[in-house]
Ligand binder design. Sequence first.
Ligand code: FAD
Length: 501
Amino acid sequence: MRNWLRKKIKDKLQGYRIQNNTVNDQLPLNVAPQKTVAIIGGGIAGLSSAANLAERGFKVTLFEKNDYLGGKLGSWTFDSNGETLRTEHGFHAFFRQYYNLRNFMKRLDIYKHLIPIDDYIIFYENGKQQGFAGIDQTPGLNIWDLRKKGILDFWTFVNPLSIQYLKLLRYHPNKTFKKYDTVSFASFAKKTMMPEHLKLVFNSFARAFFSEPEKMSMAELMKGFHFYFLSNEDGLLYDVLDDDFEYTFLRPVEQYILQNQGVICRNTSIDNISMKDNKFVVNDHTFDYCIWAADVKHTKRVLSEAAFTEGYPHFRKQMLQLNASDRYAVLRIWTDRFEKNPDLPFFLFTDRLQCLDSITFYHKMEKESKKWSEQHHGGIFELHAYTLPAHLTDDAAIQQQLLDEMFHYLPELKGLTIKHKFFQHRDDFPAFQLGNYKNRPTIQTEIPNFFLAGDWVKLPTTAMLMEAAYTSGAIAANHILSTEGLQEYPLESVCNEGLFA
Ligand SMILES: Cc1cc2nc3c(=O)[nH]c(=O)nc-3n(C[C@H](O)[C@H](O)[C@H](O)COP(=O)(O)OP(=O)(O)OC[C@H]3O[C@@H](n4cnc5c(N)ncnc54)[C@H](O)[C@@H]3O)c2cc1C
């Protein structure tokens, strides 16, 4: 019976993998005569556009305000107590249905750095752990199997209120957003009397989008559940990079862009763009095309006021309505202690006392961190708070709270000595909050030859976070290739509609 269902479900979800565009292989690959492209922002979205267009002969110039590339996947060095150490913006999970990002990583020989995580774990306040390994990987059957994990019980399946959960299997990009973008996860959970364990699972999803349940759009959450759990047979399992992002991802991509005659300008914040003869003037240079791939916070600041957007009131309005998430924090510490249980995976979610959402064990995961750990006999831990409560505003208080909560989950670490630390307190993540979707801008804008890319841009296909960032950059590049009569890059995604949509 299960095998029959598995086949039916896979057929219904189009083999879990669909091609989103038609590639005409009769068209030429490379542009001639050469055209120029300005790309603003060196995160995954900007790097995606830059690498794809440089490979096809465009003269690409990438402007990045920081002195490092990668944006939220960035990595940089800092000095502390006589040592030079490397840190990153934060732990990142590379899910297996990130088809486009993974194809790109294969093309650039970066894929070999991915290593699997054993399980997706939620660590409860009472010390219990919730794992997801061992349940059926088939969408739909995985929900049925949540019984085995105690997340759902027989009552959930016979409870009349549970009929609402079928909506999760009916994800539809238009209908779901129309109906649920103004409903918060908190109110949906209350209305459906969601079982406590299921609420915690959803909460860990909501927090991965940097939003409190009261503000999180239920439509975005349904999309997330569809994308991560109900549209593919990879389960919630994922891979991580085996060394610092700089060595495994950023340097190879940078080298690829440079080898293809691209130019990278670091420490160059673009605060003004103008137009002359239908071309873009950026940093005193003229470009045929422009791809804006900055984060949502800086995009709003620059593009809602830029003179060249004046003739495009709809675009301006969209820029003015952009929102960043609430504040979040990342604290990495280099210590003289290790956790007691060596079998814990590299990364785990907590059910959060006040602000600690996740713990990453870097000394087990990344080569450079392992080396430091062996030399100094201590662990490297990273603590994330994806949304900070309103009362926690002071940097010292946030760090102390994060540490206190880590000691709650890992009491053996109490009394550790922190040899080095790097703390970030930021507010630049896109908001996936109530009612945001309607005014979210698309990649192609009203402004001719001006495109948007980033994890906050509305996509024609189903992707989120890093996959959304990569895919948006690649779609922007495809628009330019298509305008120039060239072959597009093939792009894929999971099925855009749920099992019962
Ligand atoms: C702590 C943390 C953990 C995360 N974990 C995961 C995860 O596990 N899995 C996952 O898929 N995603 C995760 N994400 C999300 C993921 O990092 C992002 O979705 C993705 O990296 C966004 O890429 P981007 O290119 O759209 O934007 P960004 O990375 O924000 O890049 C934008 C770039 O534009 C630059 N810029 C801004 N303004 C200007 C300007 N005026 N001029 C020039 N440059 C400018 C910025 O400096 C930045 O480099 C996480 C994010 C955070 C913060």
